[in-house]
Ligand binder design. Structure first.
Ligand SMILES: *Cc1c(COP(=O)(O)O)cnc(C)c1O
Length: 372
């Protein structure tokens, strides 16, 4: 009899105090955006990232929008972003009326290539948003050097990289601003939710103002600017605090899963490779990602269909922004084009069992060998 498997790509693991804290919100009636869990979650997240300020917000997209607004980004401005990312990175720039200027990725880390940034800088460029793709940190020293040379701000989009480290420093603490997402499939989740980290007190105050409709902190119901309602609720923060208390466990489990995959896949690098972990990096493995080599004669989508019939959920890598209608460019970004068309994510979550993991590896290798 054939065993029917159904292995999801990702999913939240809520095995700490999440339920207890949510029940407390309900029992006490503190379910909206005031409440002790919001403050506690923010303080604990600031400690975790080793920064002075952490501001919770509604999701990881508005976490990008708020710092851009606080920097006064407007029509006519240009912001450097990687072409290989989730669309939210570019959209946040667009919301300000500014233009995201795309840069190709590196072939090793798959992150934005620091060597291709300077050619895209003009007198309209105001800042750089880097993305720690799939949990692998960006080579931040190179980015910060360019930013300094041209007086640009740096936002780290760390939506996929909670706990990842660059040369021993947590992502989100290296650039001027870090942003995080707590969507359901991210490393830790609040359902929907986001966080902004910074050591810049003036910028933090501006973002706080804009997050809460722009209400003057000295004068209730007085508004000097048009703000937004981008707040997180106490219920979301209650879940987030429960998740954050266990983040080391979540990260350890992911690392264990990734290391097992690495061990299983090591003999088959002629068939497929993984997004590597550089010597200076601590990968937080949001999603283990693999790339089929040219030796495998079927398309990435055909491979994903074969795995789906085995009950293994996968996901294509992001389509580069320059291929998508809102940001379409009639040009090629060779690394992003090559990686995105042959790459996909395989199940990565803290509760993946060793036997499921070996099953996934076996099926993947089997289908590859069958199609050389
Ligand atoms: C998930 C994600 C976001 C957006 O986060 P949401 O919480 O879904 O709004 C932004 N950037 C990247 C790179 C992401 O992966």
């Amino acid at each position: 009899m054939k065993v029917i498997k159904n292995i999801p790509l990702a999913g939240p693991v809520l095995n700490g105090n999440e339920k207890k804290y949510v029940m407390d919100c309900i029992d006490t009636g503190w379910i909206s955006s005031n409440g002790k869990y919001v403050t506690e979650f923010e303080n604990k997240f600031a400690d975790f990232c080793n920064v002075e300020h952490a501001l919770s917000c509604a999701n990881g997209t508005v976490a990008l929008h708020l710092p851009l607004l606080a920097y006064g980004i407007k029509e006519g401005d240009e912001i450097i972003v990687p072409t290989l990312t989730y669309i939210a990175t570019a959209n946040a720039v667009k919301y300000c009326g500014a233009t995201p200027v795309l840069v190709d990725c590196e072939s090793n880390t798959w992150n934005m290539d620091p060597n291709r940034i300077e050619e895209k800088i003009t007198d309209k460029t105001k800042g750089i948003i880097v993305v720690h793709l799939y949990g692998h940190p960006v080579d931040m020293d190179s980015i910060m050097e360019i930013a300094k040379k041209y007086s640009l701000f740096v936002i780290e989009d760390a939506a996929e990289a909670h706990g990842a480290e660059y040369k021993g420093n947590k992502v989100g603490s290296i650039g001027d601003v870090g942003t995080f997402s707590f969507f359901g499939n991210k490393i830790i989740s609040t359902g929907e939710g986001g966080m902004i980290t910074t050591n810049n007190s003036e910028l933090a105050a501006k973002m706080k103002l804009l997050r809460g409709q722009g209400m003057d902190p000295q004068r209730r119901y007085w508004f000097n600017v048009v703000g937004y309602n981008y707040r997180m609720t106490n219920v979301q923060a209650a879940i987030g605090l429960g998740q954050l208390e266990n983040i080391d466990w979540h990260l350890d489990k992911r690392k264990t899963v990734a290391n097992e995959y690495i061990k299983e896949f090591f003999p088959f690098t002629d068939l497929f490779t993984m997004q590597p972990e550089m010597s200076w990096a601590t990968h937080s493995y949001w999603m283990v990602s693999i790339l089929l080599t040219d030796k495998v004669k079927i398309s990435r989508d055909e491979m994903m269909s074969l795995l789906a019939t085995d009950g293994i959920e996968t996901r294509p890598l992001f389509y580069p922004m320059h291929q998508l209608p809102p940001y379409y460019e009639d040009s090629t970004y060779p690394n992003a084009d090559r990686i995105s068309i042959r790459g996909f994510n395989i199940p990565t979550n803290a509760e993946l069992s060793s036997s499921d993991l070996r099953y996934i590896s076996d099926r993947l290798v089997y289908h590859c060998k069958n199609n050389v």
